[in-house]
Structure formats: C-alpha cells, structure tokens
Design a protein around this ligand. Structure first.
Ligand code: C5P
Length: 227
C-alpha cells in the first residue's frame, strides 16, 4: 500500500448520506471512489446465488476471496457493480441484501479477506473511501476523516426514497425497524464496529442540503489537495 497517496474517509450509519457525498466529492477531486459496503453486499448476494451457508465463516471468507467484483463508474452517478461479470447493481441494494451483508460483516475472517481488496483501491491521485471502518481500520493513516450522522427518521426517509427510485416496494415503518437493527448489529459487533475514528470530524447531515455537506467535507482537505 502506497501511504503517500491521499485518502479521505467518510464513515457513518446507513442513510447518513455518505454514498451520495462520497461520490460527489470523489468526482470533484478526480479521485477514485471505494464503496466498501458494496463489497459486503456482494458477498451476501453471492451467498444467496450459490445457496451457500451464511452462518459459516469459512465458507463466507472463501466466497469473499473468490468472487469477482468490478465497479463501473461514470461521474458522480452510482457505479454499476458486476459480480463475476454479471450486473448486480440493483440486486445488492435491497434491504434484505443489506441485512445479509451486516451479518456476514460481523465475521472476522470475511473482514480480513476484504481488507486487502479494499486497500487495493488506494491509487493515484487519491481515494475517497466510504463505509463503517474506513477511518478506524482500513485507512487509519488517512489524510482526512469525516463521520456523517443524521436522525434515524431522516435516514429511513432517504433509504425509502432511494429504494422507491429503484422501483422496489418498501414500507417506511419496516425500513426504520430494519435500519435500527442493522445499526445496532454494526455498532455492537466485536470486530471493526461502527464508530468514529478519534481524529474524525463529525458532521450531522439532518436537514442539511447535499451541497452544504459536500463543502464541509471538501473543507477538511488541505488546500493543496483540493486544487
Ligand atoms: O453501506 P452499506 O449500507 O452498503 O453497507 C452494508 C453493510 O455492510 C453494513 O450494514 C455493514 O454491516 C457492512 N459494512 C461494514 N463495513 C464497511 C462497510 C459496510 O461492515 N466498511
């Protein structure tokens, strides 16, 4: 891993806005973008595809190792995600896939395999990495770290809108319950739990327009990196 390549980490719970903000920031800077949650979602998706046992850490780690994952980016649009060459962009975004991802993500063997795969995204001229443990575990030496939060209601509303736009049918109450359960699992797990790095800047995005959050995140970078 080349530690001279700058990294900006953006962590936070689901619906905190980190995906949208990270993609815009990466596109403005002309940097690479890592959606680490998509990697965990892909392993969950591959397990369902192969009818593999999601409670078996050895099987899940092997799947994380051998599954082919490719992102196709275009500007600040959501990247297409190819799993073993097949487009699974929409399949990995359902709340069911998110829940499966968070169960698998609690397995240390899976996290260990994905660690190297995530660090391989650090390429010149820089990387914006979004997830739960980007600033704490994967890129502890990152140049700048943001941790986004928002009220649970607003996070559920954002997820509701995203899923509706994809044509998926969801209920607001069910979504709120699932988001709270997933956050609790992510925050309480023993390995790489969801928590801000000690040197992360906390940004509450509740009722804050996207552009304002983008400005606040970009302002964390030294001017030399913003040009
Ligand atoms: O960010 P996203 O909602 O796509 O992540 C799906 C799940 O993957 C999370 O709920 C979490 O359990 C897991 N994850 C993780 N570490 C990351 C990113 C995601 O454990 N860095």
């Amino acid at each position: 891993m080349d530690e001279t390549i700058p990294v900006l980490t953006i962590d936070g719970p689901s619906g905190s806005g980190k995906g949208t903000i990270s993609r815009i920031v990466a596109s403005r800077l002309g940097w690479h973008y890592l959606d680490s949650g998509a990697l965990y979602r892909v392993v969950g998706h591959a397990a369902a595809r192969d009818a593999a046992d999601t409670s078996d850490p050895v099987a899940m780690a092997a799947l994380a190792e051998r599954t082919g994952i490719r992102f196709q980016t275009s500007g600040d649009a959501e990247p297409r995600v190819l799993v073993d060459g097949v487009d699974a962009t929409d399949a990995i975004r359902t709340e069911t896939a998110g829940a499966a991802a968070s169960v698998i993500a609690a397995m240390p063997a899976v996290r260990q395999v994905l660690l190297d795969r995530q660090r391989a995204f650090r390429r010149p001229p820089g990387l914006v990495a979004d997830g739960r443990d980007m600033g704490t575990v994967v890129f502890p030496d990152a140049s700048c770290k943001a941790f986004l939060t928002a009220s649970a209601e607003q996070r559920a509303q954002r997820r509701y809108k995203q899923l509706k736009e994809k044509g998926l049918s969801v209920s607001m109450d069910g979504l709120l319950r699932e988001i709270l359960a997933r956050d609790a699992r992510d925050a309480e797990r023993a390995v790489a739990p969801l928590k801000p790095a000690s040197d992360a800047v906390l940004i509450d995005t509740t009722d804050v327009p996207v552009e304002r959050v983008v400005e606040r995140v970009l302002a964390l970078l030294p001017e030399s990196l913003r040009l």
